[in-house]
Design a protein around this ligand. Structure first.
Ligand code: PAF
Length: 285
């Protein structure tokens, strides 16, 4: 069973003896763990001797009217799942342990990238992610940290944070884990009703088919906007309320005319109470 710590100093004391000789990896989570999180732990195990999983529903990354209060908190079940993949330590702090003042007066803002994609409908979200991830990095001081590629924009922001704040941490990107029908695993999938759950995999199918069409149209800029518009229409007809569906370079820049690089299709769409996120790489031929 992993050893659980709720306070910062106790966790740091437990980790201190390992620092000189062993590698420590951090897997930051908000709990309510599923197979996707367990894959992150398995990847962490390949990169480090000691794996710390943080479980913290971070209030600063939820906007007004979002699901902070109702976000599922399932610590006992999470710890049992983490035991099955040999997690060494769980760090599950209270809100008061993490934030003496709420909102914290210090802001970690990643700049322009936070105003795009998810940032358009969640304008304060990435500042909240920035501060909590910085705090977790400072508390755990890991050699590596693992983040899922489903949250592609978050991953890009964390890579930028590590670069700009000189954190000596390897950021390891983990592939998206999907249900057998293709739906990307997410704690928020449980908000889907049975009928919405049947529709949900259409998002991934649509992104895959859009990727194929972009390749078939030889990446032409004009072709892209027509294809994206058609995809949006099909998703709306299937019942999704689209937050965004965009095609970007893998660095999240605008696609230029005569682009020849790999691209990424990024989508966020509501189905009932669930906001589904997904992305699909378009590999240049
Ligand atoms: O991806 C998440 O679950 C969260 O945004 C993270 C990185 C754990 C920060 O709270």
């Amino acid at each position: 069973m992993p050893i659980i710590y709720h306070d910062i100093l106790a966790l740091q004391a437990a980790l201190r003896p390992y620092r000189s000789e062993q590698q420590i990896a951090l897997v930051p989570t908000m709990g309510n763990l599923h197979e996707g999180h367990l894959e992150l732990v398995k990847i962490a195990k390949q990169h480090a001797d000691i794996v710390v999983v943080s479980i913290f529903v971070n209030p600063t990354q939820f906007g007004a009217g979002e699901d902070f209060d109702s976000y599922p908190r399932t610590l006992d079940a999470d710890v049992a799942k983490l035991a099955s993949v040999d997690t060494d330590y769980v760090f599950a702090p209270s809100v008061a342990e993490m934030y003496e003042l709420l909102p914290p007066p210090t802001i970690i803002s990643a700049g322009a990238i936070t105003t795009e994609l998810c940032g358009k409908s969640r304008p304060t979200h990435f500042d909240g992610v920035g501060i909590v991830v910085s705090k977790l990095f400072n508390i755990v001081q890991p050699d590596a940290a693992i983040f899922g590629q489903k949250d592609y924009q978050q991953l890009a922001i964390i890579k930028q944070l590590v670069r700009d704040l000189s954190y000596p941490i390897d950021i390891i990107a983990a592939p998206i884990v999907r249900a057998p029908d293709g739906l990307a695993l997410s704690s928020r999938n449980q908000y889907l009703s049975p009928s919405e759950r049947e529709i949900a995999p259409i998002l991934h199918q649509e992104l895959q088919s859009l990727a194929q069409q972009i390749i078939a149209e030889s990446y032409s800029e004009k072709g892209l906007s027509v294809l994206v518009a058609q995809s949006r229409e099909r998703l709306s007809k299937a019942g999704f309320i689209i937050d965004y569906l965009e095609v970007k370079t893998t660095q999240l820049d605008k696609v230029s005319a005569n682009n020849k690089q790999d691209l990424i299709i990024l989508a966020a769409a509501w189905l009932g109470r669930a906001r589904l996120l997904d992305n699909q790489l378009v590999v240049a031929g």
